[in-house]
Ligand binder design. Structure first.
Ligand SMILES: CCCCCCCCCCCCC[C@H](O)CC(=O)SCCNC(=O)CCNC(=O)[C@H](O)C(C)(C)COP(=O)(O)OP(=O)(O)OC[C@H]1O[C@@H](n2cnc3c(N)ncnc32)[C@H](O)[C@@H]1OP(=O)(O)O
Length: 257
């Protein structure tokens, strides 16, 4: 597929997607959404890919939904078209997606980063849900994921004041896994993704699924789910290989079985 709004590359066993609308600070429109879904589905189906990195430019991961595209929409347009429902497909990607965020991650940009599995931030990253400044509110999970990730008080502060938080505050709040110098961001994200891609793919996917499940069920149900998935791993050849390699003091050779 010819991509116009994203750059799609393969780096070893890692799929790298770079948002590429610099003229609009990577504002997210329906074309970007469509291309992102095609690219992530392709990487999910590619047996040679074990993890995905999503990034933008040093100035902007994504400055939000495309305001110019939304400006003239009517209630009937967005209600009958179920605006933004397509993004749920993005969260159904089974392989891990690391968001490498530099610069602005605002509105839909922050929401897109939160839909990924973890965020590595450049030291110039700025996160925010400034939708209230436009007379609206987050529409792609910002009021739900941000509240779960950083707590009600900080989520309410950010959504009601529209203020941004820098990388340091985002890491303290738990929104971001770690901060690296912006010039090293993509390299560090690719390194983390390559490490994940070297592990057993069924085990990686089970880990991702169990952690995501913790936001959907009670603790008791989540512990039960985790235990059942852990027990099922003893059917994997890779469990035998991983534990045998440790005992035999050698590097495991996982075969994704
Ligand atoms: C009908 C739509 C269908 C879409 C389907 C798929 C879309 C998926 C998106 C889902 C999102 C869910 C809903 C989301 O919660 C809602 C939002 O995200 S609302 C938008 C929130 N973001 C903002 O409010 C940030 C707006 N931008 C700014 O405040 C500033 O640009 C900045 C980031 C502080 C940077 O300021 P500056 O450095 O001064 O740069 P400029 O302002 O001059 O910007 C440069 C250039 O980029 C254009 N631009 C910037 N942000 C956007 C944007 N969000 N949409 C469109 N264009 C944007 C800006 O207009 C400039 O372009 P120019 O005017 O020079 O042509």
């Amino acid at each position: 597929m010819a991509y116009e709004n994203i750059i799609v590359e393969t780096r070893g066993k890692v799929g790298l997607i770079t948002l590429n609308r610099p003229q609009a600070l990577n504002a997210l429109n329906s074309a970007v959404l469509g291309e992102l879904l095609v690219a992530t589905r392709a990487f999910d189906a590619d047996d040679n890919i074990g993890a995905i990195v999503l990034t933008g430019s040093e100035k902007a991961f994504a400055a939000g939904a495309d305001i110019k595209e939304m400006q003239t929409k009517t209630y009937v347009d967005v209600y009958l078209g179920d605006l933004f429902s397509g993004w749920e497909d993005f969260t159904r990607t089974r392989k891990p997606i690391i968001a490498a965020v530099a610069g602005y991650a605002l509105g839909g940009g922050c929401e897109l980063a939160m839909m990924c599995d973890f965020i590595i931030a450049g030291d110039n990253a700025k996160f925010g849900q400034p939708e209230i400044t436009l007379g609206v509110m987050p529409g792609m999970g910002g009021s739900q994921r941000l509240t779960r990730f950083v707590g009600k008080s900080k989520a309410m502060d950010m959504c009601l004041t529209g203020r941004m938080m820098d990388a340091e505050e985002a890491e303290r709040a738990g929104l971001v896994s770690r901060i690296v110098p912006v010039g090293e961001l993509v390299g560090e994200a690719l390194k983390a993704a390559a490490k994940i891609a070297d592990f057993s793919l069924p085990s990686v996917i089970m880990n991702k699924e169990a952690i995501n499940r913790s936001y959907e069920v009670t603790l008791a149900e989540g512990l039960r789910f985790e235990r059942r998935v852990f027990q099922s791993m003893f059917a994997l050849e890779d469990q035998k290989e991983g534990m045998s390699a440790f005992v035999e003091k050698r590097k495991p050779e996982f075969r994704n079985r």
